[in-house]
Write a protein that binds this ligand. Sequence first.
Ligand code: ATR
Length: 277
Amino acid sequence: MTLFVIGKPIKHSLSPLIHNYWINKYHLGLEYKKMEVEEDLLPSLIENVREGKITGLNITLPYKKDIISYIDEISHTAKGVGAINTVFFKRNKVYGENTDGVGFTRALEKEAKFNFSNKSIYVIGAGGASYGIIYELIKKKVQKIYVTNRTKQKATELLSFFKSRNKDINFEFIDWEGLAPGSDVDLIINTTSFGMKENECLKIDTNNLKDKLIFVDIIYSPKETELLKLFKKEGFFCMNGLDMLIEQAAVSFELWFNISLNNKDIEEVKKICEASY
Ligand code: ATR
């Protein structure tokens, strides 16, 4: 039996490396593969999950939203985010869950000992990844969320989506031109894909930031985006997206196999990933 990560493109996915390591470690006798698929294949893949021919799926770009229409039941979180990344079969139903946001918050709590409660968070980007992360930030009771995005309309849509459901959190739209986060900001997150290509770097004024600010780029390849390099050079605590990737994978793994992975499992796989690219 097999599990797949499906998307397009999928060539560079580290998910097979991560899951096959744990699958072998726990002697599960399965294989996790990547599959580049066209959209019209999505219904039959879900049927394969229903029939037990596929044990589980991870969904990545660009199908995290589209796949929902083929799933029997999606979790409360997946509804709140509007996207799923994990599919599994349970009690005669195909379920969809989103583990991206919780992967992000777990990574920050573990690696940076970050406590989200009452913090001010500055989110760059308004795509799928941003929705997943903001959903979890709200659950963690942050105080304020700033959002900026190249396309203003997408940021406005995201803000009205979350504002209408969360009246007690302070949201603010920030214009894309002249980004200059203030001294109240505790955490800056780049959720965009800008920075994956060489020499791509956002312009951000870092002069007003507090010393204890944390910068996270959810990109993990390259290991250090130009933006991350900039924050690092200025002495801020920085993280790339690898911890988040591994933590979201661990949550998916638990949903499929009911095995709760420990810190050693996480650390071992992190070393293997880091050495692989
Ligand atoms: P994901 O699901 O990974 O978040 P997405 O929904 O396509 O992917 O969103 C990509 C994000 O990266 C968006 O915030 C996008 O900004 P736009 O809404 O303006 O498209 C951002 N992004 C992608 N390329 C960018 C670039 N060259 N400059 C700035 N932002 C970029």
